[in-house]
Ligand binder design. Structure first.
Ligand SMILES: [Zn+2]
Length: 184
């Protein structure tokens, strides 16, 4: 059998692409019609230890419209009271502990609550895919805490432009699908 380098698969992806890809695939499981996010937690030696997406806690019925309501002035009728963010779910889903020195790949810049969990769980690095412009103040709050605690937070674009291109293509593919209504 020919095992020379020239016979390697042409589309071999790098680690950043793989981990952001896993975060994106997880996002494709989200039933949140407004934003579908995913996250993937990785050890320093490149083992995936946690994956999550934004969704309701176990037992909460996805068909109940209360959970997805948009009245931010009334916590009972606000989705923010119910939806567990991808970063938190990935942290709570971790198959091994501790999370010390782990990296979390996220499809979205983490909100302040998720930043708190990332810091307190001992993770040291965040690599995010995209950032919502209208979340600038919340993102600044998260960045302030990351800075104070020594957690690095970088855009995939800055870490690995090739991985950004690959992830963007995967994100486009996921966004073009219409499988969300046929859930199992
Ligand atoms: Zn969050």
């Amino acid at each position: 059998m020919d095992t020379s380098p020239s016979t390697r698969p042409a589309a071999l992806i790098d680690w950043h692409s793989m981990f952001m890809g896993v975060a994106l695939l997880a996002s494709a499981r989200s039933k949140d019609h407004r934003t579908r996010n995913g996250a993937c937690i990785v050890t320093p030696d490149n083992r995936i230890i946690g994956v999550g997406y934004n969704g309701l806690p176990r037992g909460c019925d996805d068909q109940d419209p209360i959970y997805w309501a948009d009245d931010d002035n009334d916590p009972y009728h606000s989705r923010h009271s119910y939806v567990v963010h991808a970063e938190i779910n990935a942290t709570l889903n971790c198959v091994v502990l501790p999370l010390t020195d782990a990296t979390i790949y996220t499809t979205q810049f983490p909100c302040p609550r998720c930043a708190q969990a990332i810091i307190q769980a001992g993770m040291r690095k965040v690599i995010y895919l995209r950032e919502k412009v209208h979340h600038a103040s919340a993102n600044a709050a998260a960045a302030k805490m990351f800075g104070a605690s020594g957690v690095s937070c970088e855009a995939l674009e800055a870490v690995d432009p090739g991985a950004l291109e690959w992830s963007t293509r995967l994100a486009t593919f996921i966004a073009s699908g219409n499988s969300s209504d046929e859930d199992v």
